[in-house]
Ligand binder design. Structure first.
Ligand code: GAL
Length: 403
């Protein structure tokens, strides 16, 4: 029998072989992100206004607000910290960050970790210096500073390298992109410091299929989030089908949290946080922590919801069915427990026209004893039970022993 292998299949097989982690590499990548990383990132609220004082204030607030005790660890500086390279190619910070090592020491003194941002191109998305041609040098610098997390954002690499080197060949452009992420992954590993590696290339070319092999701990699955319900719901819907790719050490990243940002209603903030927990998503708060309202702090520090996100099994939830504009999601948890989220993407459902839960569709039979994770009260889910749900709100229940 003759087995023929097409050129693209052969090319993918070779690529996967080439990406196989070395034993040292896999040891390194399994040290970090065994559960989805939790912390804060400067971009969603501060964008280009982030500075040393703001990062220290965020670290202080993570401790003071109880977020640290709830599991938030990483304090991540996003774009706009970068200055110029000197004659030896060493990158310096700009005037907003006078001393990155001192900042890292400060963050570490609080029992937290510091994250930073760069990209494979010549410039970051905001037009600051990025790592092209300086990957090893930058990785070493991060390790010397005491950096614990790198978000690596594609941006200018697209026109400057991918489109230039392979103008008419999209597949080749993707191979060039993957090689660039692999290069930085190797440079980080070579430092010997455990550094979470976060890929930000907007989900191009199915990173969930190749990022784990090169040691990526998380990868963005979509374009940018913004603090509107529509965008959050679109991103949520785009996670369907990616469940199998997520797990301890390697996570789908539907982007950082917008809880407390923009004009999101309390229901929307709750639903956004709940659904990111269902997705086993990294929980990187993106709000103005020193001015956070108590009700936003209460959402971000809901231990029951965080426990779903951080469940050690690391199994991402899935939408099981939709009925009109109500979606019902399930996530399997350690020890056979189950999380059920009933999300109302439509208008208010009053008692005159409630949503009726179909337990059988979830594979559940008979009354299910659970806990409502937002009221904190016990709740029994029954077949066909009527549920009143505000617009864009969620009923989030943990069932310890589903039947
Ligand atoms: C985008 C990225 C954002 C943020 C921004 C900074 O490409 O998706 O999360 O990092 O760049 O310029």
């Amino acid at each position: 029998m003759r087995i023929s292998v097409s050129a693209p299949v052969l090319a993918s097989a070779l690529l996967l072989l080439w990406l196989q982690p070395t034993p040292a590499a896999s040891a390194q990548s399994t040290q970090v992100a065994q559960t989805p990383p939790m912390g804060w990132n400067s971009w969603n609220y501060f964008a280009g206004k982030v500075d040393d004082a703001g990062v220290r204030a965020a670290a202080d607030q993570i401790v003071a607000s109880g977020m640290k005790d709830a599991g938030y660890v990483y304090v991540n500086i996003d774009d706009t910290w970068e200055g110029q390279r000197d004659a030896s190619g060493v990158l310096h910070t700009n005037s907003k960050f006078p001393d990155m090592k001192a900042l890292a020491d400060y963050v570490h003194s609080k029992g937290l970790k510091l994250g930073i941002y760069s990209g494979p191109g010549p410039k970051t998305c905001a037009g600051y210096a990025a790592s092209l041609g300086h990957e090893e040098q930058d990785a070493k610098l991060y390790a010397e500073w005491g950096i614990d997390y790198l978000k690596y954002d594609l941006c200018s690499f697209i026109p400057a390298v991918m489109e230039k080197q392979a103008p008419h060949d999209k597949a080749e452009q993707m191979r060039i992109m993957i090689a660039a992420y692999d290069k930085m992954a190797k440079a980080l590993k070579a430092t010997g410091r455990p550094i979470v590696f976060s890929l930000c290339q907007y989900g191009w070319d199915a990173p969930w299929e190749w990022a784990p092999a090169l040691g990526g701990n998380l990868w963005r699955t979509t374009g940018d989030i913004d603090p509107t319900w529509d965008r959050i719901y679109v991103i949520l819907s785009q996670q369907e089908g990616l469940e199998a790719y997520s797990g301890p050490g390697h996570w789908n990243d539907p982007d950082m949290l917008e809880v407390g940002n923009g004009k999101l209603s309390m229901a929307e903030n709750r639903a956004h946080f709940s659904m990111w927990a269902m997705l086993a998503a990294p929980l990187l708060a993106g709000n103005d922590l020193p001015h956070m309202k108590p009700e936003i702090r209460d959402i971000l520090t809901n231990r029951d919801v965080i426990a779903i996100d951080q469940d050690r099994l690391g199994k991402q939830g899935a939408r099981i069915y939709s009925d009109g504009e109500v979606d019902v999601w399930v996530r399997h948890l350690e020890g056979g427990a189950l999380a059920v989220a009933v999300l109302n993407a439509g208008d208010n459902r009053y008692s005159s026209h409630p949503f009726h839960l179909n337990l059988a569709k979830l594979g559940l039979h008979g009354p299910q004893q659970g806990k409502d994770l937002w009221s904190g009260k016990g709740l029994v889910l029954t077949e066909g039970m009527p549920i009143e749900l505000k617009s864009h709100d969620v009923l989030f229940v943990r069932i310890p022993s589903p039947k």
